[in-house]
Design a protein around this ligand. Structure first.
Ligand SMILES: [Fe+2]
Ligand SMILES: [Fe+2]
Length: 280
């Protein structure tokens, strides 16, 4: 199954822009690219910081732009969102009685478990005991149903070596790790919040995040530099979730007209070395 991972759209209410970047246009360009190149994706996951200031007009813009996607899209909230405004704008989402936006999607690849890591009023995240209990139940139930699990959340639950980001990670990642320990059916962890491409594994669970469609965060790896933005180009991820593999492609969709004619002999002509003459 192919899915799209979009994150950190950080929309602001029109006609405002953010840091001199037109986030609405960047998101609209992502939607156009997805529709043109990956319309066969089953769905699109949007891993939070849907808006920057949580203005109602920003959510309206988000709904209007993502509504142009040719596949269903499923959001979660980040620290820049507020439950109240997001819930007013997106009332049809499965908000819990406790006010959390955590839910599951049963897909042909397995159960998607969407977490709410927002710690109200803080840039960093937290999973309270109620949300951890909910996750534990979902993991137990999906294991009983023999379903693979894919986790989606906003905050990274561990340090990534960028001080400004490490300060605002999930504050109790060790509690999430303890919750996941003992389950071996979590295939992949997707999150946002980093505004950077970052892939690896955490306690044996593969993870990935992708650049924001809005601004990025500079890759400054020391222990003291505060969070520093970057105007690097945005991206989205194209993810193949198969029985034997999970494959993640980051696509810098604003970088167009980049193709190279890779046919044999170009540009060297007849100077192709002998060991490459039979390449197709
Ligand atoms: Fe963000
Ligand atoms: Fe965030």
């Amino acid at each position: 199954m192919k899915i799209i991972h979009l994150t950190d759209t950080h929309l602001v209410a029109p006609p405002q822009t953010l840091f001199g970047l037109d986030g609405r246009q960047r998101l609209a360009d992502a939607v156009a690219s997805i529709n043109a190149e990956h319309a066969d994706a089953a769905l699109c996951m949007v891993t939070g910081d849907l808006t920057h200031w949580a203005e109602p007009g920003a959510y309206d813009a988000l709904i209007e732009i993502l509504g142009q996607l040719s596949m269903p899209w499923h959001p979660l909230i980040g620290n820049h969102d507020t439950r109240e405004t997001a819930r007013a704008a997106l009332p049809d989402l499965p908000w819990s009685a406790d006010g959390f936006l955590h839910y599951t999607l049963d897909t042909s690849a397995g159960r998607f478990v969407i977490l709410d890591t927002v710690d109200t009023g803080k840039a960093g995240g937290r999973l309270c005991e109620d949300r951890l209990r909910w996750l534990r139940n979902e993991l137990t139930d999906s294991l009983g149903q023999k379903q693979d699990v894919y986790l989606f959340m906003h905050h990274a639950p561990f340090k990534v070596g960028v001080n400004g980001l490490d300060l605002i990670r999930l504050a109790n990642g060790e509690d999430l790790a303890a919750c996941l320990r003992g389950f071996n059916h979590v295939r992949h962890l997707f999150f946002g919040h980093l505004h950077r491409a970052c892939h690896g594994s955490w306690n044996g669970i593969p993870f990935s995040t992708v650049k924001a469609t809005a601004h990025q965060v500079a890759l400054i790896m020391d222990d003291e530099t505060p969070l520093t933005g970057s105007t690097e180009n945005p991206a989205y991820a194209v993810c193949l979730l198969e029985d034997d593999r999970v494959v993640i492609h980051d696509h810098g969709y604003l970088e167009t007209d980049t193709s190279i004619a890779y046919n044999r002999g170009a540009p060297q002509g007849e100077d192709v070395p002998e060991h490459q003459k039979d390449w197709t």
